[in-house]
Unconditional design. Sequence first.
Length: 487
Amino acid sequence: MITSIYISDSSVEVAVGTAGSSHVQVKQIRRYPLPEGCLVNGEIHRPRQLTELLAQIRKECRWKKRRVRLVINSDLVNVKRLTLPAMSEKKLRRLLPHELEAAQEDMLVDFQKIESGKKQLTLYGVSVPRRQLEPYRKALADAGFRLEQILVSRFCIERFLGRVRTLQGKTCIVELFDDLLMTSVLLVDGVCGYFSQSHVSASGSFQFGLEVSRSVSNLRQFFSTQDKNRRIEEVYLCGISEKDFLICEEALSQMVTDIGAVRIQEVEEVQLSGNVQVQAADYIALLGSLFSGHGGIRFDLNDKKQKGKEEPGALGRYGMLPALVAAGCVAVYGALYLTNEQRRQELSEIEEYLASAHNLSECERADALALENGRLAAMTASVEYMDEVLASYPHMNSEVLAQIEACAKGRAEAKVESYDGDTGMLTLNTEAREVGLINEFIDALQETGLFHAIDYTGYTYSGQTGRYAIHVSCYLKEQAGKEGAGE
């Protein structure tokens, strides 16, 4: 049996189960809220409160000294995608600290391979300062746990999503929620193509739904720049209540009209015991740590054990002195001899390396790669230009809606009928008791400075309601919805 603990800024999640490469069995799973401010961005600020909660968990579960896997979600973890020449794992581990700028500090470094060929290797390099992880080890140790390994939540999430049959081969968006932290994952043919995290407003409000919709819209636009022949049609929402799901569904229907919100209902790959009444998709980072497989990011914080030394008596001290001096001389001579032989062997290897026909051809290949690097730099500049273009799009958010509501107050009733992100056109369905009130509403919209054009159809009158109706089409300016817009 394996015990996993996931510690985030808002809660501590615990799972006990049997690991597997494609299926896992879960015997227990629980979630405990953390006091506010105990952790901030993965850094422990109140270690005593965390230790007390962990001790309470161990007591409630009636566990004795137990080995655990710890999953962390921290801004302190540096993740970098690298493309390097093919090399042995030994050489790769020597090179990684320099690539991750982690050579000057006591850092823990690991990697996860993405693609491995005969000539080239693509991987995720990960580093984190040891001093930042030590408080986690101490809190667990003080609470009666023994830390077996530390896992990074990002790769636990990717491992879980990669095992779920519902998502295999799919191109879609997955949004995961942990209190105010939203994790956005873009799956391309079932493989993680983009991963980001951001903070959102408190759940239960329409502002929350708008922020989720904006994240989905940005991810879909990003994907369209990579592949113009396919469209994303589904977004999976995990870790939210039914009320928040309906809020997000409504916001998506208004802002991203051709994408549907769905849930991951059944996860056949996670078998829950009869007494476990939860949705597996609400514990993705935690349960992802139970899936085993080749590779994966993990940090080991093993205790450095020091052997005790007995104090010898006076006879032992003076009788052993000559022997110790002789042994020391032999040890120094042996060390110098081995060092000299090692240096001579390294020089010989360097000479062979410089004269090798293979390495000369590799040098020519490096020149070719330099040209290729120039081409990639040009492509990067193109992507940056695309980012600038995307940044020029107006923001259809709560600020815009608030100004529209202010213009309509006391004059008319205005509802958002649709929004086209490509053209910035916002369509409003407007009703009022008098035609003059609708004209005042349109004048007020023009005075906000949010729109560069406002079009509207002729009036229609309903005898049943006694009100005039009109469709208003507003074209948002580039700065609409951004800080300082309309001032």
